[in-house]
Design a protein around this ligand. Structure first.
Ligand SMILES: C[S@@+](CC[C@H](N)C(=O)[O-])C[C@H]1O[C@@H](n2cnc3c(N)ncnc32)[C@H](O)[C@@H]1O
Length: 257
């Protein structure tokens, strides 16, 4: 994905991002609990979105700088998190900070969207202080949530209807290999999950339009989009209550001293 496509998509959804369901907020809180930075830690929230990690780090008394390539996200971070040290529009591949500026760089659901994760990792190492930590999250599964397998299966089924190169924002990423290749040490991983109550099918559908998966829905031809939505709603109509189970993997590595 080029940064231009990320800017276009995430600017389009910025006004509703994480407002339909507190999906990223929940994962951001769990991620920051896992990292447990001490008060005063200089944190860079990379690809900050509406500030799921920023808010969790501020709550722990960290000094937080937030960057994102989408101006709509950064505008909202600045107003919604007034205690943020600095919020700037910036591409993760070209970090405009002096060497050794941060003790912790965190990136929630961003790295797998980047054009060149390895180049971004070198920038991250540069802006981290020696011994500093880089941590990121990527989407993961939930083992005992078979009722949600239909959702992934529908994406696979409709994928061939989308022009090549469109619709998918993410690429597979081997977190361990990525961190090790970039020179990070003491690599570790954790799997987390959350179960979010969803009021009704409208809420779930609107949630799908409020974040990255919108790229997929928008890239479907009109008749396929109508069918995709109908199939999602049909599955949801069999669930009572609707409780959305989602998982994520957290990774962290240390910049060599
Ligand atoms: C899935 S959202 C996650 C946002 C936030 N970290 C969270 O956990 O809610 C991905 C974010 O990464 C940003 N992003 C994507 N590519 C980027 C890049 N090259 N440089 C900076 N930000 C980028 C998007 O604009 C978007 O806000």
């Amino acid at each position: 994905m080029t940064a231009a496509r990320a800017v276009a998509l995430f600017d389009r959804v910025a006004s509703v991002y994480d407002e339909v369901l507190p999906f990223f907020t929940g994962f951001g809180q769990q991620h920051m609990e896992w990292l447990a930075p001490v008060r005063g830690t200089r944190v860079l929230d990379l690809g900050a979105g509406r500030g799921a990690l920023t808010a969790a780090a501020l709550a722990r008394g960290c000094q937080v700088t937030a960057v994102d390539c989408a101006p709509g996200m950064i505008e909202r971070i600045s107003t919604q998190h007034p205690r943020v040290h600095e919020a700037r529009v910036m591409d993760a591949h070209q970090l405009d900070f002096p060497d050794g500026s941060f003790d912790l760089v965190c990136a929630g659901f961003v790295v797998h969207l980047l054009d060149d994760p390895a180049a971004a990792a070198q920038q991250i190492r540069r802006v981290l202080t020696p011994g500093g930590v880089f941590s990121f999250s990527v989407p993961g599964g939930v083992e005992d949530a078979r009722e949600w397998e239909f959702y992934g299966a529908l994406f696979c089924e409709f994928q061939p209807l989308i022009p090549v190169g469109e619709g998918r924002l993410s690429r597979p990423l081997d977190g361990e290999q990525f961190l090790a290749t970039a020179g990070f040490t003491s690599v570790s991983e954790s799997a987390i999950e959350q179960r979010l109550p969803v009021r009704d099918a409208d809420t779930f559908w609107n949630w799908g339009l409020s974040h990255g998966s919108r790229a997929f829905i928008d890239a479907l031809p009109a008749d396929a989009r109508t069918e995709f939505e109908a199939r999602v709603r049909a599955e949801l109509s069999t669930m009572d209550p609707i409780v959305f189970a989602a998982g994520a993997h957290l990774w962290r590595g240390t910049s060599p001293a």
